[in-house]
Design a protein around this ligand. Structure first.
Ligand code: CTP
Ligand code: CA
Length: 227
């Protein structure tokens, strides 16, 4: 792939983007979830599309609308998201913006759990596979540029740097999700981009502007590759 004019620098590139929360069932009517709206992931998919990439958008049950012009794969659980990511490969760019549930209920009940069963239900949890780390550490067919997110409430820079190393991804977009920042569910974001060259604090801006700037950086990476 590659090439294309200045306006569509990602023409011929395939980007996959994960987005939104995942829902992990407890029983047929209940689930474990988180506060992700999917807004940042949708904006990134739209921004990559705008630069000419073909985009596969793998989304959990998000409240933000998906972008136009992308292939949408709707999933519910982390396990389904991992399978959808594997199905979408190969890709040149993979952006893991989803707030994947870290844990699922080990054995979801097939029947609604009732109060009259006596006592309190005990939820046995199991850890979900780390989708980002799996893809970043692929031996063959790894996307050239693997970008993760880091949602932190404290020690943002240090935690994000450590996360980049641990997961083996190329870049990390780190954001502070402490209560009061209004990031999760809000329309703005304040991020730090961690690359192999160090950390850059970006000013607080709209999620659309973060996405546009990130897409430009992606295009810059591929332009350098081609030069
Ligand atoms: N991620 C993933 N699969 C998981 C968990 C996380 O792909 N099962 C991805 C997220 O999409 C994000 C990155 O990993 O790009 C970091 O997610 P985060 O929740 O910040 O990190 P964790 O490794 O889950 O660590 P913790 O939640 O304990 O901080
Ligand atoms: Ca997590």
């Amino acid at each position: 792939g590659g090439g294309g004019g200045r306006a569509r620098p990602l023409e011929g590139r395939h980007a996959l983007v994960t987005s939104g929360p995942t829902h992990e069932p407890i029983d047929p009517v209940r689930y474990i979830a988180n506060r992700s709206s999917g807004a940042q992931g949708s904006a990134i998919a739209a921004a990559l599309r705008a630069l000419g990439a073909r985009v596969t958008f793998i989304t959990g049950p998000a409240t933000a609308p998906p972008p136009d012009g992308v292939r949408i794969v709707a999933v519910e659980t982390a396990a389904q998201m991992l399978a959808a990511v594997n199905d979408a490969l190969p890709a040149d760019i993979a952006v893991f913006a989803a707030a994947v549930a870290d844990w699922r209920v080990a054995e979801a009940s097939e029947r609604k759990i009732k109060k009259d069963a006596g006592g309190l239900p005990e939820l046995q949890l199991a850890e979900n596979a780390d989708i980002l780390a799996r893809i970043a550490r692929m031996e063959a067919g790894r996307p050239e540029l693997v970008i993760g997110f880091a949602a932190e409430t404290h020690d943002l820079h240090e935690a994000a740097r450590a996360k980049r190393q641990r997961k083996g991804c190329d870049w990390i977009v780190a954001n502070d999700v402490s209560p009061g920042t209004c990031i999760m569910g809000g329309s703005e974001n304040a991020v730090t981009l961690i690359t192999g060259d160090g950390a850059e604090d970006w000013p607080r801006m709209s999620k659309a502007a973060v996405a546009a700037q990130l897409a430009e950086r992606v295009a810059g990476h591929f332009a350098l590759q081609a030069a």
